[in-house]
Design a protein around this ligand. Structure first.
Ligand code: GLV
Ligand code: GLV
Length: 320
């Protein structure tokens, strides 16, 4: 009998075809994310679950699935929505989709970095509002990137891909991480590791590329923002709760930093109203991996992870 694969969301055709070839696939018949109750019903009796970063995979969901569940494949690199320990205890494999979204996410990070430092969003809003304007020597001046210091918090695949792009713009690269990155990575970039407090105090742009964990929740809090230069910009394409949004609004109100560009939010899809009201903030709706090529590659990789586990093999990109 063919294994059952439950999807929390309809997948791109290439991924759906792969799964259809080897399993009975349960596809939701609604065109929106499933509620927690609907997800419990969908996964009952399934051998595999393909989920999104919006889906909470916890003890209750694993109980609802039943003991035959063998793999949870999330279509994302971040897996803070999955109780990995609970899965490990039950012998359920967890897989994510690293690698295939590195370039797309690094590209969007540069879009935000350029957008906030050159006031692209602000200028666009000004035109759309019909505000009178003219070219002038001091009209809407931003800050150039050459010679400025980028401080990367987290130096995994995405942080490194951002570093390579920023180095091409003439930025100097610093990073904070638990360990030194290998010399063949840091050498060509001239990247220096700094303790987080020093990185915050010395960077012109701080960009977040760490996973969301208990240790990184509100890593950028009031004290961290106060430590940054008043001319500095903050970019977050990682996970919303790494930044204390209320503290960020306060810091901007008091001129403690110059601006922020955010692709992710503490209470997604809600955005702190204090951020929406500000011109020194650039906002995008969680678009880090949002290219056609990348989303298809993520879904196909999730499908390959599922098929490997169901065939008794090691998945290509396991978390556990
Ligand atoms: C997106 O946010 C991801 O983690 O893939
Ligand atoms: C992405 O692949 C990362 O590990 O940063």
């Amino acid at each position: 009998t063919r294994p059952v694969v439950a999807l929390s969301r309809r997948l791109p055709a290439a991924a759906a075809r792969l799964l259809d070839g080897a399993a009975d696939v349960r596809t939701p018949d609604v065109d929106r994310p499933l509620t927690a109750a609907e997800l419990r019903t969908a996964v009952a009796g399934a051998d595999a679950l393909v989920c999104l970063l919006l889906d909470r995979v916890d003890e209750a969901l694993l109980d609802a699935a039943g003991p035959q569940l063998r793999v949870v494949a999330t279509v994302a690199v971040g897996y803070d929505n999955v109780d990995v320990e609970a899965c490990r205890r039950r012998g359920v494999r967890v897989t994510n989709t690293p690698g295939v979204l590195t370039d797309a996410t690094a590209d969007l990070t540069l879009a935000l970095l350029l957008g906030i430092t050159r006031r692209v969003g602000e200028g666009e809003r000004l035109l759309r509002a019909g505000t009178p304007w003219r070219w002038d020597l001091d009209f809407l001046l931003g800050t150039g990137l050459r010679g400025q210091q980028l401080g990367l918090v987290g130096f995994g695949a995405i942080g490194r891909a951002v570093a390579a792009r920023a180095a091409a713009f003439g930025m100097s690269i610093t990073y904070s991480a638990r360990h030194d990155a290998p010399a063949d990575v840091t050498g060509p970039l001239g990247a220096r590791r700094l303790p987080l407090p020093e990185l915050l105090a010395s960077s012109d742009v701080v960009s977040l590329h760490c996973p969301l964990t208990p240790e990184t929740h509100h890593l950028v809090d009031a004290a961290a923002l106060r430590a940054m230069p008043s001319s500095a910009h903050l970019v977050n394409t990682a996970r919303g709760p790494v930044v204390d949004e209320a503290a960020l609004v306060d810091a901007l109100d008091h001129g403690e930093i110059r601006g922020a560009a955010l692709d992710v939010f503490e209470e997604e899809p809600a955005v702190h109203p204090g951020l929406l009201a500000r011109d020194d903030v650039l906002l995008t709706p969680h678009l880090g991996s949002a290219t056609e090529q990348t989303r298809e590659a993520m879904a196909v990789l999730a499908a390959r992870n599922v098929l490997a586990v169901l065939a008794g093999q090691d998945p290509p990109t396991p978390v556990v």
